[in-house]
Write a protein of this length. Sequence first.
Length: 102
Amino acid sequence: MTRLGWFKAAFAVIILTIAPLSLAAEAVENTSEQAIQLDINVADAITIAATMDGVGLVKAREIVAYREMFGKFRSIDELIDVQGIGPATIEKNRHIILIVND
């Protein structure tokens, strides 16, 4: 086998070894994203801030304060009434927010 042939074979082995690993890492990442659900009616401010995109600790505390003042959220769209939470923030997080009404 020529030097070029060895180079091609080695390159193919490297690609075939690395590609499945990166695909597996992406699959695990996508699975963990789908598994995250946030029950906005029981989560504390730290959990809300850590989970919701675009929501820091100050806004998370506003969510908790609103919930304590007015009771549990009945819908995700009710978050618009919380100071500092706008429609864009709600839409970015709609897929993870869970409303559980007992």
